[in-house]
Design a protein around this ligand. Structure first.
Ligand code: GLY
Length: 395
């Protein structure tokens, strides 16, 4: 027999519990974010020590550090992560290292070998400008946008991602959506409107040609430049032509969210929501929400791609800013699961290990046996970005 007081107490507990649980989970996230960012600052000292002054870190494989030159598409991620870590820690040593790396990267502001000058310059110099307000960094981004649009091809209403090769005539890849942020930002900051016009035109072409009815994306659409038509839609780093390569889905999700941020055009928001649904409701997404390298990989279970999860988590956190509370909760809860999983020992390195990278278990190109189950600079970058976004928007 429950007393009147007991009935009251349990009714009160029922009412109060959700708020208490929410506060507890906020506290847990607050602690997790601080622990991981503090860890990242220390761990990146190890990465710094194992990276020659004129090179950029790339991965750590077979017990050895692998570095790249500054032309490699990932060259902006290490300095970009350093800027995020400086923003968090205000540690002058982190800033000094970020500045040293920008000094060797600056020459790439005129890079036209592929479309990735957005990743290279905006993730690095763009963050440097946002955090310091120093105009010299903005000048580099402005210059990069000028060179970026030299790859715009009016006949196909797209920026050409890669050069013609034996297999492909004029390839445009879904990853290209990420590089549009630089163009949109330069126009928004008072630059030539043409940059944003090209970004919007490219995005509209991608929306039309890259996506399948289930809202998954092809990796590559190959165009005929003379006729302005699609030749073929094919695989690059995924399992096969009609499979859903995990990182490609994440690049798309992030890209449509960027497009909505700058244009407020509902069709981009709708597309981001469709892609979020594809990812979060996919039957092959594991319970910890770290995807296999391809949603249709031939043998599941197989290698996970921590980078795809980190990119998706960061994108979902921004997408959560543009939807109603109920939908926001779905995205933020999913992103929190991804961040918690990535922060667990299954995916996060121990201090001093993993060549100084934060996350283990990403996949560059599975079928080419290139960078499988290894750390990658972009996994770290979007993981740190996701932690900071969670801290800024949801705590
Ligand atoms: N942009 C190349 C990749 O995601 O691997």
């Amino acid at each position: 027999m429950i007393s009147t007081f007991g009935k009251w107490a349990s009714a009160l507990a029922f009412l109060v519990m959700p708020a208490a649980v929410a506060a507890q989970s906020k506290n847990d996230m607050r602690r997790l974010i601080a622990d991981n960012l503090d860890f990242a600052v220390q761990q990146y000292q190890v990465l710094q020590d194992s990276t020659p002054a004129d090179r950029m870190p790339r991965t750590f494989q077979h017990g050895r550090s692998v570095t790249s030159d500054t032309e490699w598409w990932c060259s902006g991620f290490y300095p970009g992560t350093l800027w995020y870590l400086y923003e968090y820690s205000k540690d002058a040593k982190v800033k000094a290292e970020a500045e040293r790396r920008l000094a060797i990267l600056e020459r790439e502001k005129r890079y036209t070998g592929n479309h990735d000058i957005g990743f290279m310059i905006f993730c690095s110099f763009g963050n440097a400008y946002r955090i310091t307000g120093d105009k010299k960094y903005k000048d580099v981004v402005d210059t990069a946008a000028v060179y970026q649009i030299t790859r715009y091809r009016p006949s196909i209403r797209s920026i050409q991602s890669w050069n013609k090769n034996k297999r492909l005539n004029c390839p445009v890849i879904i990853d290209n959506m990420m590089n549009l942020e630089q163009l949109l930002w330069v126009s928004q900051q008072g630059g030539d409107k043409r940059f944003a016009d090209i970004a919007v035109t490219h995005a509209n072409t991608t929306l039309q040609n890259h996506y399948r009815p289930d809202h998954s994306t092809f990796h590559i659409v190959d165009y005929d430049l003379e006729k302005g038509t699609v030749i073929q839609k094919v695989n690059g780093q995924g399992a096969h032509d009609t499979s859903a390569w995990s990182r490609g889905q994440a690049w798309g999700l992030y890209g449509w969210t960027i497009m909505y941020r700058f244009t407020r055009d509902q069709k981009y928001l709708e597309q981001a929501r469709h892609v979020a649904k594809f990812i979060l409701h996919h039957p092959n997404l594991p319970a910890d929400k770290i995807p296999y390298w391809d949603y249709n990989a031939p043998q599941i279970p197989t290698s996970r791609d921590a980078s795809a999860a980190a990119i998706a988590a960061s994108a979902l956190l921004e997408l959560g800013q543009y939807v109603d509370k109920k939908e926001q909760q779905e995205y933020v809860t999913a992103a929190a699961t991804m961040l918690r999983s990535l922060a667990s020992p299954a995916y996060r390195a121990k201090l001093g290990e993993n060549g100084g990278f934060i996350l283990k278990n990403s996949v560059g190109h599975f079928l080419a046996n290139g960078e499988v189950d290894v750390p990658l600079t972009y996994a770290d970058y979007y993981f740190v970005e996701g932690l900071l976004r969670y801290k800024k928007w949801y705590l």
